[in-house]
Design a protein around this ligand. Structure first.
Ligand code: ADP
Ligand code: MG
Length: 710
C-alpha cells in the first residue's frame, strides 16, 4: 500500500540497517545536531544541494589554468608534508584515467585520512599551474564514494564536523527509498495532469537518484509545487476560516461624505487610488470583515485612500481609527487629516429633527494631556469623535469605541500581529481592517508573506512628480557636490535632510555618530546654515519642537538618524544626503529617499559611501538606478534571497527547502490558484493533504488572531 510521506516522521533513522553498523551508529548524534536529521522523513527531505553530471565532466587534461572548474577523479596518491613555517600540507594526486590534477591543502591535516588512495571525489577550485603541472589549492571537496555508478551524482549538504559526507547520505537515502515501496500522492490526479507534474513517488526517487539533469528538473518541479501548495493551503484555509467565522459591519458605501471628500480635493484621484478605493468599498459592503493590505510606494497617496475608507464608516454612524507607528507620524496624520476634513458635517442621527454636527477628528498619543485625553475617551465612547488618529495609545484597555467600523494601520511592518488583533477587538462587531505599507514587496512574495490578506496596490504616483535625481557620491568630488547642492538649495529657500549612519548594534553609538556628524557639519560644510538634530535619544518635547521648526521653515537642514524614515512630509525639502549609505538596505534607502521629491520641484538624493562589499555596491547601484519601489523590491529579493523576507512575518516557514520565491515565481501563483480551488471545493475531501499540512506546517499560536470573534 502506498505510504504517506508524513508517516515517515515517526520512523527514526536508526531503523535503517545502514545506520546500525558500529561506525555508522556513531554518526547518528551528529546527523541530528549538525544536519537536523532524526527521522526518515528528515532524511528524504534533505535534498541534494547540487549534482555532478558525469556526461558533462571536463577531462583533467582539458582544464584551463586560471579558470574555476569542478572535476571528478580518483585519489592515486596522498602525501603529508610540513611547510617551512611548520604548517601541515597535504598533497593529493587525482586522476580521471587520462589526466592528472594535483590538490594541495594547507592546515587541513585530516584531508590525508579523508582522501585515502582509491577514494572517488569531486573537487572545485581555481586551476593553477605549479612546476608546469595543473593544481588546485584548498579546493572544495565532495567525497562521492564508489557506490554510485549513475551518470548523475547527487551532492548532499554534508557536515565535516560530524564526519558525514555526501557519500554516506547517498547510501542512507538509497536504503530508505528501497524500503518505501510507493509514496502516496495526496494531490488529486486531475491537478497533476493539468499542470503536467509527475507523481510524488517518481519525484522523490529521481530528486535523489536521477539519471539525467532533465529528470532532476522534472522531479524538482513536482516537489517545489508541493512545498508552495502546502503554504498556500494554510494561508487560504486561514483566510476562508476567518471570513466564515467573523461577523462584520455591512457599511453603506457610495454615501455623500466620501463623494464630497473626493470633490473638494485640489487634485483628481489617480487611477490606482480609484481602483483601490473601489476594492475597499466592495469589501466594506460585505458582511465579512475586510482584511486587506494596501501596498503603495512612498508618495503614492495612501492617506487619501485611508481617509476614504474611514469616511465610509462615519457615513453609516460608525467610527474610524488610524494607528501610526510613531508620534511624529500620528501627529502629522492628525494635522493633515483634520485639515482635509475641515468644515465637514455628519448627520447627527434622529432624522431631520436635529441639525448636522461637525465631523470630529481627534488625536490621541502618549503626549495628549490628561484632560484632553479624558475628553477624547469619552467622545469615543459616546460616538461624538468620528475619527481618531493615534499611536499605540489607541489600543490601550481604557480606549472603548461606541462603534469602530474601520481600523487603518499605517506602516504595517512596525506593528506585530498582536497589536492588530488588539485594535480589531475594539469593536462590537469585528471592524474592517486596512493595513498600509510603503515597503513594496514583489507580487509573488506578497502572496506568500501576506497570503491570508487581500492586496490592493497603488502602482502609480500622482502626476507631476519629478523623480528624485540620485547620485552615488563615491569620490571626494561628488561628496563636495552634495554639500554644495545643500547650500545652493537652502540659498534658494529650500530645505535638506542629512541622514547619519545606521549603527544597528548600538543605539548609543548611533546617537554619538549623529551628534558627531551634526557638530562636524555645523562647523564645516554647512557652517552658517540653521541645523536641527533628531535621534532616538532626543526627548519627545524637543523632538516635537525640532519637527515643528523644520516644517515651519525655521530650520534649513535636519540632521537625523532613521527616525525620519517613515512618512515625514515636508514638501519644501529637496535634498537628502545619506552618510554611509552602504550600511542601509535597499528598502530603507528607498524609504528615506521618499522624504524628498514630495513637491513639484526637482529634488536630489546623494548616497555617500564606498560600497565595500559587492552586495553593498549592488544596493547602491540599484537605488541610484531606479525610483520604482516595486522594481527595487525585486532587486532586493535577488540580492538577499527570500530567507530574510519570510522571517519578517512567518517565523516557522522552513518548509521551503527547494522552492525559491525568485526562481519559482510562476509556481507560487499557480499553487495559490489551486489552493483556492481545493479549499473552496471542500478541503475535507482531501484528508491526506490536510494531514500533511497539519503535520508539516502547524499553525502558529500568534496567528490565531484570525479566528478572533467579538
Ligand atoms: P504615502 O502613500 O506615501 O502615504 P501620501 O498619502 O502622504 O503618500 O501622499 C503624498 C502626497 O501626495 C501628499 O502631499 C498628497 O496630498 C499628495 N497626493 C495624494 N494623492 C494625490 C493625487 N491623486 N494627485 C496629486 N497629489 C496627490
Ligand atoms: Mg503615508
Amino acid at each position: 500500500m502506498a505510504k504517506p510521506l508524513i508517516e515517515l516522521r515517526d520512523v527514526p533513522v536508526t531503523e535503517l540497517k545502514k545506520l546500525q553498523t558500529k561506525s555508522a551508529a556513531a554518526k547518528v548524534p551528529g546527523l541530528a545536531s549538525e544536519l537536523g536529521i532524526e527521522t526518515v522523513l528528515d532524511l528524504l527531505l534533505h535534498y541534494p544541494r547540487r549534482y555532478i553530471d558525469r556526461t558533462k565532466q571536463v577531462a583533467m587534461q582539458d582544464l584551463t589554468v586560471g579558470e574555476e572548474a569542478t572535476v571528478l577523479g580518483t585519489v592515486r596518491k596522498v602525501d603529508t608534508r610540513r611547510t617551512r613555517q611548520r604548517r601541515a600540507m597535504v598533497v593529493v594526486e587525482l586522476s580521471d584515467g587520462a589526466g592528472y590534477l594535483r590538490c594541495t591543502f594547507f592546515n587541513q591535516p585530516w584531508r590525508a585520512k579523508q582522501l585515502s588512495a582509491g577514494t572517488e571525489t569531486v573537487v572545485f577550485g581555481r586551476v593553477e599551474s605549479f612546476q608546469g603541472r595543473k593544481q588546485m589549492t584548498n579546493p572544495v571537496v565532495d567525497v562521492v564514494g564508489g557506490s554510485r555508478t549513475g551518470r548523475v551524482i547527487p551532492i548532499y549538504p554534508q557536515s565535516e564536523k560530524a564526519r558525514i559526507n555526501t557519500y554516506d547520505l547517498d547510501e542512507w537515502v538509497a536504503e530508505a527509498l528501497r524500503r518505501v515501496t510507493d509514496f502516496d500522492d495526496p494531490v488529486p490526479t486531475s491537478v497533476l495532469d493539468r499542470l503536467e507534474l509527475t507523481s510524488r513517488d517518481w519525484a522523490m526517487r529521481h530528486i535523489h537518484q536521477p539519471d539525467s539533469m532533465d529528470e532532476v528538473g522534472a522531479a524538482r518541479k513536482r516537489l517545489v509545487f508541493d512545498e508552495l501548495l502546502r503554504i498556500q493551503l494554510v494561508l487560504v484555509r486561514r483566510k476562508r476560516t476567518y471570513e466564515r467565522t467573523s461577523t462584520g459591519i455591512q457599511h453603506e458605501v457610495g454615501g455623500e461624505l466620501v463623494r464630497r471628500f473626493h470633490e473638494q480635493l485640489p487634485f483628481p484621484l489617480t487611477a490606482a487610488q480609484r481602483r483601490a478605493i473601489a476594492e475597499i468599498e466592495a469589501d466594506l459592503a460585505k458582511p465579512v470583515p475586510m482584511h486587506r493590505l494596501l501596498q503603495g510606494d512612498v508618495g503614492s497617496g495612501k492617506t487619501i485612500v485611508a481617509v476614504s475608507a474611514m469616511l465610509a464608516a462615519v457615513q453609516g454612524g460608525h467610527q474610524g481609527a488610524l494607528m501610526a507607528p510613531t508620534e511624529v507620524l500620528a501627529e502629522q496624520h492628525g494635522f493633515g487629516i483634520r485639515r482635509m476634513l475641515e468644515g465637514f458635517t455628519v448627520p447627527s442621527g434622529g432624522g431631520s429633527l436635529f441639525a448636522d454636527r461637525a465631523l470630529t477628528v481627534a488625536l490621541l498619543t502618549n503626549r495628549t494631556a490628561a484632560k484632553e485625553r479624558a475628553r477624547i475617551l469619552e467622545g469615543l465612547g459616546s460616538g461624538e469623535v468620528d475619527i481618531v488618529i493615534g499611536t499605540h495609545a489607541l489600543i490601550e484597555d481604557k480606549v472603548a469605541f461606541r462603534s469602530l467600523g474601520v481600523a487603518v494601520i499605517d506602516e504595517q511592518h512596525r506593528f506585530g500581529v498582536e497589536q492588530r488583533a488588539a485594535l480589531r477587538s475594539k469593536g462590537e462587531l469585528v471592524p474592517d481592517v486596512l493595513v498600509m505599507t510603503a515597503t513594496p514587496i514583489p507580487r509573488t512574495a506578497a502572496m506568500t508573506v501576506y497570503g491570508d490578506l487581500d492586496v490592493s496596490v497603488l502602482d502609480e504616483l500622482p502626476p507631476g512628480r519629478t523623480p528624485v535625481a540620485t547620485v552615488w557620491a563615491k569620490g571626494p568630488l561628488e561628496v563636495a557636490e552634495a554639500w554644495q547642492r545643500v547650500r545652493d538649495e537652502v540659498a534658494a529657500g529650500r530645505q535638506a535632510y542629512v541622514v547619519t549612519p545606521l549603527i544597528e548594534e548600538s543605539e548609543k553609538l548611533e546617537v554619538a555618530s549623529a551628534e558627531e556628524t551634526f557638530a562636524a557639519l555645523s562647523a564645516g560644510e554647512l557652517q552658517g546654515l540653521r541645523l536641527g538634530l533628531l535621534h532616538g535619544k532626543v526627548k519627545s518635547a524637543e523632538k516635537e519642537s525640532v519637527m515643528d521648526a523644520f516644517r515651519a521653515g525655521a530650520l534649513d537642514v535636519l540632521v537625523a538618524t532613521t527616525v525620519i524614515e517613515v512618512g515625514v512630509d515636508v514638501p519644501n525639502a529637496t535634498v537628502m544626503v545619506i552618510v554611509d549609505a552602504d550600511r542601509f538596505g535597499i528598502a530603507q534607502l528607498h524609504q528615506l529617499r521618499g522624504r524628498v521629491g514630495r513637491g513639484a520641484d526637482e529634488s536630489w538624493c546623494y548616497l555617500l559611501g564606498e560600497g565595500a562589499t559587492s552586495d553593498a555596491e549592488r544596493r547602491l547601484l540599484a537605488i541610484a538606478g531606479s525610483t520604482d519601489g516595486f522594481a527595487l523590491a525585486e532587486e532586493d529579493l535577488e540580492i538577499r534571497g527570500e530567507g530574510t523576507l519570510m522571517a519578517t512575518r512567518q517565523k516557522g516557514r522552513s518548509d521551503l527547502k527547494l522552492a525559491s520565491l525568485r526562481r519559482d515565481k510562476a509556481v507560487v501563483a499557480t499553487a495559490r490558484e489551486i489552493a483556492f480551488e481545493l479549499v473552496d471545493g471542500g478541503l475535507e475531501q482531501h484528508p491526506r493533504l490536510v494531514a500533511e499540512i497539519d503535520v508539516l506546517l502547524p499553525e502558529e499560536e500568534a496567528e490565531t488572531e484570525y479566528l478572533f470573534k467579538s
